[in-house]
Design a protein around this ligand. Structure first.
Ligand SMILES: CC(C)(COP(=O)(O)OP(=O)(O)OC[C@H]1O[C@@H](n2cnc3c(N)ncnc32)[C@H](O)[C@@H]1OP(=O)(O)O)[C@@H](O)C(=O)NCCC(=O)NCCS
Length: 201
């Protein structure tokens, strides 16, 4: 099937969280969260080189909403915004990228609002997304990559039973411009995921 014709039954819902695609008008909430978290994001996310303006953030959510229809395998890919189910607070972003619908395989990336860290929200979100990838999208391979020195990031696939498949040497620059290594974590089935209820539309 042509990617543009794929339908994803989102939102994805887990005990504390709702994950949904960005919508027109979300620029305000994402901008506030990125500005709040900028010092952390600047060290790890290639897109966080400069503080975004409100217009930059609104442009990003509109391009994202458009790509949820187009399914282009390119920036901004398929972001999912994460909300606290009880308070409706925007707590961060995750999403699918580098998809190959023929294998099929997919990659997951993520960032958390600084004030929402240390509560297991991202582990819960990536657990939900991984379940969705295998059960709904019928993926055969789900990948998470991170810098070898991004300890908080690598703990997430480790907690969820992803295997360290490879360490790719000297293939990236860290935030200081120093050459660094990439860890590739992979999952081929649901083994090792958290036993939390996850549903989607
Ligand atoms: C990577 C990142 C999302 C991790 O955030 P985090 O808060 O450590 O992740 P979680 O939300 O899953 O929380 C896990 C922490 O909460 C604790 N926790 C509390 N309640 C928990 C629960 N119910 N379930 C799991 N963990 C829980 C865990 O013990 C863990 O703390 P620890 O690392 O001190 O052991 C965050 O650091 C970030 O956004 N970094 C910048 C962007 C980035 O690097 N993205 C990844 C690029 S590859």
């Amino acid at each position: 099937m042509k990617p543009i014709l794929l339908d994803f039954p989102v939102p994805i819902i887990s005990p504390r969280l709702i994950l949904r695609p960005p919508q027109v008008g979300d620029g305000v909430i994402v901008n506030e969260a990125v500005i709040e978290s900028f010092d952390v994001l600047n060290k790890s996310m290639p897109w966080a080189k400069e503080k975004p303006s409100l217009e930059d953030s609104e442009e990003f959510v509109r391009q994202s909403a458009a790509n949820w229809i187009l399914k282009k395998n390119d920036e901004p890919y398929l972001p999912l915004f994460i909300f606290d189910k009880n308070t409706n607070k925007f707590i961060g972003g995750t999403g699918f990228h580098h998809y190959d619908w023929d294998v099929p395989s997919i990659e997951i990336g993520y960032w958390l609002r600084a004030s929402c860290s240390g509560q297991g929200f991202m582990t819960e979100a990536v657990n939900a997304q991984t379940q969705f990838a295998f059960k709904e999208l019928k993926m055969k391979r789900v990948t998470i990559t991170c810098d070898v020195n991004n300890i908080k990031s690598k703990k997430i696939p480790e907690r969820l039973g992803y295997q360290l498949e490879a360490t790719i040497k000297s293939n990236r620059l860290d935030s200081q411009g120093k050459i660094s290594d990439t860890l590739v974590f992979t999952k081929f089935d649901l083994d090792g995921l958290l036993n939390l209820p996850v549903t989607w539309k």
